[in-house]
Design a protein around this ligand. Structure first.
Ligand SMILES: O=c1ccn([C@@H]2O[C@H](COP(=O)(O)O)[C@@H](O)[C@H]2O)c(=O)[nH]1
Length: 270
């Protein structure tokens, strides 16, 4: 999906919500454990109940890899289901990959070509040659970790090296990489106060912003400092939506939570 198509969906749905599909078999309703593929059954119900309220879904691949071949099959069924039934939805493989060039090429093929995601998250710390293989895919996005939502972000990302914080160096340097128009960046909702500085370096780029909901990030603060002329934000919530109920009404409860966030987003867009 192109950035222009994503912006069209945001305007149409009055939503820049991304729902995280982080499926933990210990947290899903008991009755689903009788299904052949409980992970896919859970995702399908959540997607069917929430697709009108969001513009993107983000499965974090850790939650699938943890279940071996069955988990990977559930991930494949989920992305196929989305691409077939809801092609207007933007899809993010939150895989946080990145390696030497030839290995990155294989990671990029796995997520962007074989599985058919619109985008994949990538760690920047192996540098240009580890990221450019992802950027080579037309109409796909590489979402580079810039300033993450966790406390550990302060261990390295905010440290100053040669007069500039590391996360700012990631933003500045990556702008010069080949096909950098295919870049988006991860900035945690818990780091909203940094968004003003971030927007000075990358005024036009889309940001994937996790950390609203379970991690306590504030949607209004993110919008205040991070929104640009074309919105430029995809705000993610995973646990806060998908585990709203552990009973038979789990999908309805998820839709209710998603609707609450969508209404706040509609206000920000008005
Ligand atoms: O800085 C980051 C980067 C990625 N994530 C991921 O986003 C979701 C957040 O889940 P919640 O349940 O809404 O907290 C999860 O997949 C993280 O691995 C992040 O939180 N922060």
């Amino acid at each position: 999906m192109t950035t222009t198509e994503l912006i069209t969906q945001i305007k149409k749905k009055k939503s820049f919500l991304c729902i995280g599909l982080d499926v933990d078999l210990n947290k899903i309703p008991n009755h689903l454990l009788q299904e052949d593929d409980p992970i896919f059954a859970f995702n399908k119900a959540i997607i069917d109940a929430t697709h009108q309220l969001c513009v993107a879904y983000k499965p974090n691949t850790a939650f699938y890899e943890a279940y071996g071949i069955k988990g990977w099959q559930a991930l494949e069924k989920t992305i196929n289901y989305l691409n077939k039934n809801y092609p207007e939805i933007y899809t993010i493989a939150d895989a946080k990959r990145g390696d030497i060039g030839n290995t990155s090429t294989m990671y990029a093929k796995a997520f962007l070509e074989d599985l058919g995601f619109d985008s994949v998250t990538v760690a920047p710390y192996m540098g240009k040659d580890s990221v450019e293989p992802f950027l080579a895919f037309k109409d796909k996005h590489t979402i580079l970790l810039a300033l993450t939502s966790n406390q550990g972000a302060f261990d390295f990302q905010t440290k100053t090296i040669d007069g500039l914080e590391l996360y700012k160096q990631v933003l500045e340097t990556s702008k010069s990489w080949k096909n950098s128009e295919n870049l988006m960046y991860v900035v945690g909702a818990t780091k909203a106060e940094f968004l003003g500085d971030i927007r000075k370096i990358i005024p036009d780029s889309f940001l994937l912003v996790p950390g609203v909901g379970a991690q306590g990030g504030n949607l209004q603060d993110v919008c205040k400092y991070g929104m640009n002329d074309t919105v430029g934000l995809l705000i993610n919530s995973s646990r806060g939506i998908i585990y709203a109920s552990t009973e038979e009404d789990f999908a309805e409860a998820a839709a209710k939570k998603a609707k609450e966030l969508q209404l706040q987003m509609a206000l920000e867009l008005s």
